[in-house]
Ligand binder design. Structure first.
Ligand code: 5GP
Ligand code: ZN
Length: 114
């Protein structure tokens, strides 16, 4: 999608610190890290938010989750633990309308929201 920041990052038109890439997924460091490890894991296909995923995206959904698992292992945080967050929509505070999952680790995280 032309005017989408994360599409531009995936295409290399906007620079990013890449941590992982495969045919389906691109992952890069968040520009404003909220934890020592803060990676954004995004599908290469433009999907604006979780609401827009369809049954045709079931394979992709699995690829994203498996990529998160791989990245956590590669970054060495799989044993100690990590948190995965998806903000969908206004009330959740989604600011970039390209589906993404925050992978947070490297610090003892506080209260559970759910
Ligand atoms: P959201 O609030 O939509 O769940 O998360 C968007 C995230 O994208 C934020 O954590 C923000 O720091 C990050 N972000 C926004 N612009 C950029 C950018 O240009 N580069 C990188 N690496 N991260 C960005
Ligand atoms: Zn996009």
């Amino acid at each position: 999608m032309e005017d989408c920041l994360f599409c531009k990052i995936i295409k290399g038109e906007v620079p990013s610190n890449k941590v992982y890439e495969d045919d389906y997924v691109y992952a890069f460091k968040d520009i404003e890290p909220a934890a020592p490890v803060h990676v954004l894991v995004v599908p290469k296909k433009h999907i604006s938010c979780l609401n827009e995923m369809t049954e045709n995206d079931e394979l992709l959904a699995g690829k994203i989750l498996m990529a998160i698992k791989k990245i956590a292992k590669e970054l060495g945080v799989d044993e100690k633990g990590y948190r995965v967050i998806n903000n969908c929509g206004k009330d959740a505070g989604q600011t970039v309308m390209h589906l993404h999952f925050h992978l947070l680790a490297g610090i003892q995280m506080g209260e559970k929201l759910v």
